[in-house]
Design a protein around this ligand. Structure first.
Ligand code: ZN
Length: 159
């Protein structure tokens, strides 16, 4: 079965910055299960998956415009330090914190006595990413999964 919209795909992936070290990988843990055509993946990766089948392994290079977007300068927010009590604070570290746009991963830019300046750009914004993808399984989504817009069962939402 070739991957198309409304298919559920289970896959393993590694992602690195072009010419750099691996940033993250699903290998060694549960594969990722995604519903195609529901914005579950960055556009460049979803496009590269269309037409592939179980057993395919490929590499795809995705420019920022089809990944996490360009880095926007000046996207800094000042957050009370108490929100970081569970984190080891370090400049350059990525942490998930409550922001005006909801909880999101941010990069610590400056640490003050009572406040911390964070960069709200997605940590992978502005980066050209290289994905190494292995398609493990492809199946039709159930009517319920299409309704909900996410995968149920293994690797998906349990409810
Ligand atoms: Zn559901």
């Amino acid at each position: 079965m070739n991957i198309a919209n409304h298919h559920v795909v289970r896959l393993h992936y590694s992602v690195s910055e072009a010419g750099g070290e691996a940033i993250e990988s699903s290998r060694g843990r549960e594969p990722l299960a995604v519903l195609i055509g529901h914005q579950a993946l960055i556009p460049g990766l979803e496009e590269a998956l269309l037409g592939r089948a179980a057993g395919d392994r490929f590499e795809v290079t995705v420019a920022p415009g089809k990944a996490y977007g360009e880095r926007r300068p000046g996207l800094v927010q000042r957050i009370p330090r108490k929100h970081f009590k569970d984190h080891r604070l370090q400049v350059g570290a990525t942490v998930v914190v409550p922001t005006q746009m909801g909880p999101r991963p941010v990069t610590v830019e400056k640490i003050g006595l009572s406040v911390v300046d964070v960069d709200l750009n997605h940590p992978m914004a502005g980066k050209t990413l290289v994905f190494d993808v292995e398609v493990l399984e492809v199946r039709e989504a159930t009517a319920e999964e299409r309704d909900h817009g996410h995968v149920h069962g293994e690797g998906g939402v349990q409810h």
